[in-house]
Design a protein around this ligand. Structure first.
Ligand code: TRP
Length: 461
């Protein structure tokens, strides 16, 4: 097997790169807004349960598959299942992931492009004067040309880095960006917590009221856990194939999960506090929840924060970087398949895959407001527009199904000796017992029950 496969350059390399993949728009953009739409508290609790009961074990399983096989998802399943017909059957789990990756990438690029737009706005505000009314978010959504340009810019940046490969691009970039983003986030939250909407925000976020959780909130919370942790499509399998044998998979996974969750919670605390503190903001945000990140934070930077005029543009650059380290990991899934499978050069694989995804991105970019049938089509009730349709399909169906495949494979088919060896655990230790049975029974049943409930028409609308 690939003896000479490159490995992350340092102990922290894997955790940083994987956290770079996990922390992204899922945390800064999506978590706060769907938490808002699902009324906070109870949703957050279900989300946390999903992260620790399903997310952590499945993250361990994915990294393990990658390191064991030293291959990306599709060939990894094929090889570990022993090749032949059985190998081909299992590799379909990897294929679902590749499809999910391309789908997510196509619409993710659109929001990533918005961070460039916000950066531009902040530069203008910093040099002139902040004026909340000049932020015409609806007009922005309807500007198809601008949407496509921003998306294209982001696609180019992603392609340029994926082309250079790990170590060169991914690892070096995330090592610098992640800590800076964390520091600014902490400062943001610290400032937000001095505002008078603080108590209302904390109650909304952390006091669970299950009567306020919409039934489909459970599905959305589980989907969000997969999405935010970069699970279910083989991203962590691809990254895991580069983790060195000396490193502890469990400890690395735990770090990634904790960091990712902290980023999501901090972002939500900051945004909710601003919303409850600034008069009129609740209405504006409710009118376009999807723009929450881009509507609320400038307010905080420019009206509350000492040094905000400097930090605001910097913050949105970092949002762009956080998005970039995620698009890179998604791009890597699709690209590394072509490299391992077809023997393409990295350069060719990256360019061809990016072009294919970009076609979808253009449609997604036009579907947030500019082009009629694209922005109004409705396959899933309540999820109008191609953009929301792709997001719903990928996050809430494809990712959990991919995760289901992985957990069943690792729990039942990989074999205990391989598991014990990769985990560095001894047979009979409680940790191993718990993990094994979560992978074998708890996780598969939870995902199956959820999907069955949805398909059986449990009222999710
Ligand atoms: N986790 C990233 C975020 O929260 C998005 C992402 C990157 C992702 N790679 C992934 C989601 C792989 C699922 C699978 O923004």
């Amino acid at each position: 097997m690939a003896m000479g496969r490159a490995h992350w350059g340092s102990r922290l390399g894997f955790v940083m790169a994987a956290a770079g993949s996990a922390v992204g728009l899922g945390n800064l953009w999506k978590f706060p807004y769907i938490t808002w739409e699902n009324n906070g508290g109870a949703f957050v609790l279900v989300y946390l349960a999903a992260v620790f009961v399903l997310g952590l074990p499945i993250m361990i399983a994915e990294i393990l598959v990658g390191r064991r096989a030293q291959l990306s998802a599709v060939p990894a399943f094929e090889a570990l299942a022993g090749g032949g017909a059985r190998g081909r059957a299992w590799s379909s789990v990897g294929w679902i992931g590749v499809v999910a990756g391309a789908v997510i990438l196509s619409y993710y690029m659109v929001i990533a492009g918005w961070s460039l737009w916000s950066f531009h706005n902040c530069v203008v505000w910093s040099f002139t004067e902040y004026d909340a009314r000049s932020l015409d978010f609806d007009g922005f959504l309807k500007d198809g040309v601008l949407q496509v340009i921003l998306t294209a810019a982001f696609s180019l940046m992603t392609t340029a880095i994926v082309m250079r490969g790990i170590g060169g691009g991914i690892e070096r970039a995330t090592r610098i960006m992640m800590p800076v983003l964390a520091v600014i986030m902490l400062y943001l939250v610290g400032t937000a917590l001095t505002m008078d909407g603080r108590d209302a925000a904390l109650v909304k976020l952390f006091v669970p009221r299950f009567s306020e959780l919409p039934p489909q909130g459970v599905l959305l919370a589980v989907g969000q856990a997969f999405f935010s942790l970069s699970l279910g499509l083989g991203a962590m399998i691809a990254y895991g194939s580069y983790i060195s044998k000396q490193e502890s998979i469990v400890r690395s996974a735990l770090w990634v999960v904790i960091l990712d969750t902290l980023f999501a919670l901090l972002a939500a605390v900051a945004m909710f506090t601003i919303i409850f503190s600034v008069p009129g903001l609740q209405d504006r945000v409710s009118g376009s929840t999807v723009g929450m990140l881009f509507i609320t934070l400038p307010d905080l930077f420019y009206t509350q924060m000492p040094g905000g005029a400097v930090l605001a543009p910097l913050f949105f650059v970092l949002v762009a970087f956080a998005a970039l380290s995620s698009t890179i990991s998604l791009g890597e899934v699709v690209t590394s398949l072509m490299i391992d499978r077809r023997g393409w050069s990295r350069r060719k694989a990256a360019v061809v895959c990016s072009c294919a995804v970009f076609a979808g991105s253009v449609l997604a970019a036009l579907s947030v407001g500019a082009v009629e049938p694209l922005s109004t089509m409705e396959i899933f009730p309540g999820k109008a527009g191609l953009f929301s349709t792709l997001d719903h399909l990928a996050a809430n169906y494809l990712l959990p199904i991919g995760g289901l495949g992985t957990t069943v494979f690792v729990g039942w088919f990989l074999g205990r000796p391989a598991l014990l060896e990769e985990l560095g655990l001894k047979r009979g230790t409680p940790a191993f017992f718990v993990l094994l049975w979560i992978l074998r029974v708890v996780a598969p049943l939870a995902i199956l029950a959820l999907l069955t409930a949805v398909l059986a028409g449990w009222d999710f609308s």
